[in-house]
Design a binder for this molecule. Sequence first.
Ligand code: BES
Ligand code: MG
Ligand code: ZN
Length: 520
Amino acid sequence: MTMLIPFRRVLLSSVRKHNCRQFSDFSSTSTARKGLVLGVYEKQSNNDGKHFTEAAAEFDSSLSGKLSQMLSLSGPPLKKGKSRIFYGLHQDFPSVVVVGLGKSDAGVCGKENWDNCKENIRGAVSTGCRQLQDLEITHVEVDPCGDEQSAAEGAVLGLFEYDELKTKKKVRVTTTQPHGSVDTAAWQKGILYGEGQNLARQLMEAPANHITPTVFADTIEQKLSPFVDRVTVHKRPQSWIESEQMGAFLSVSKGSEEPPIFLELHYRGSSDSTQPPLVLVGKGITFDSGGISLKPSSGMDAMRADMGGAATVCSAVVTAAALKLPINIIGLAPLCENMPSGKANKPGDVVCAKNGKTIQVDNTDAEGRLILADALCYAHSFSPRAIINAATLTGAMDVALGSAATGVFTNSDWLWERLHKASIVTGDRVWRMPLFQHYTKQITDSALADLNNVGKYSRSGGACTAAAFLREFVTTDHWAHLDIAGVMTNKDEVPYLRKGMSGRPTRTLVEFAAHLASES
Ligand code: BES
Ligand code: MG
Ligand code: ZN
């Protein structure tokens, strides 16, 4: 934020003189807690007239050009992502933040694989909203910036903060609403997309002693409770998992005192109940200690988010239900802890998956592929239109792409095109990775069993050997594995997400499902 002193003092006093009745009203009415976020484009030589967004231009003209005047007096033109705050400018809005939106003609960028315009709006709106929140303002109106959905996403995502377990709470923005005449349906869609991702962030951020498999399943069931007419939730207990012969999943869960749950969500959005479902599968390790192949203690706390696949997938189902998407979706989440104990898997153990394939568990820390193996087998029983699984599966994925994009391993160009397209819209990007036989050979070469749960050159191509392993449990023509380990956390890479667990790529999954729904 740019400081406005001494210009602001001069300008504020002129405003006071001009409008002193209104100014004195501020302290005595509820407007004292009201703020406004307005957007301004970077000036280009050919677009002087398009400097303000529509809402900002209207606001400016209602004040006879005062905003424009103050902006130019208070400093250099606002660059993308920068902001400036004005107090006492308008009787309804004691605080107005003006945020830089970058160039007005920014659009889809072929090199970056996203829509610059949407990303700029998300970033700018989130900055503006946070500044108002820092001022303890509770009611914020937001410039839709010509794209209500992106503006709403920026507000909802930018304001999220996990402070549930702190006794001292910050004053929070309680209402955000669009400013001016807007497409309310698009705004509402953005709110739901943002809230969907925030639900995943909340589940991922919560400590493992709070979000156990049972609590995870109960939370999702509760979030789906408003949609009972079109959603069924099954919380499958251990006895059911045993009857399904999910030996790989059970081999991981037996190392923990916490009972496993296989969560199964059915969302019936299509008017055709026989429409083959989209099946989403998420890795739900509520804590990954590594098991007997124990992880180093430094940074191990982050493994409370090793249920990020389950969190994003289940949040996508909740969002699809809230949006009433006309599509059938089944969400599956094997949920358990990966712990060391007298009952835990031991390196060299051989376990048997649901499809009868035997697996030598050489590293108990490669547990995600074990629980997903059984879940993927089960996913096929619904004759799905497509299966997409999401998993914080390998540290190697983070080494490969970092947090720039989710790695997608898929046997289907059809699926890839749609996921890629969805991610351009959401800005939560995907990048295609290989499923070569080269990697398959490295996990089918096992001394004791059909498969080994680690590649024989262990570290090399770790994300690719993990994907090759999962493929051994897939027979459908349209399957995609999303390795989300690299995008699990946000430091400062995504400007509209605060530091912490990211909830990525929930919005991309929702956008993909929404598009698929519109196709059929
Ligand atoms: N949950 C981890 C992967 C992970 C690492 C996710 C960092 C997010 C951030 C997974 O279960 C794991 O431990 N994978 C091992 C596999 C290895 C033993 C073949 C890994 O990546 O080291
Ligand atoms: Mg592990
Ligand atoms: Zn794991």
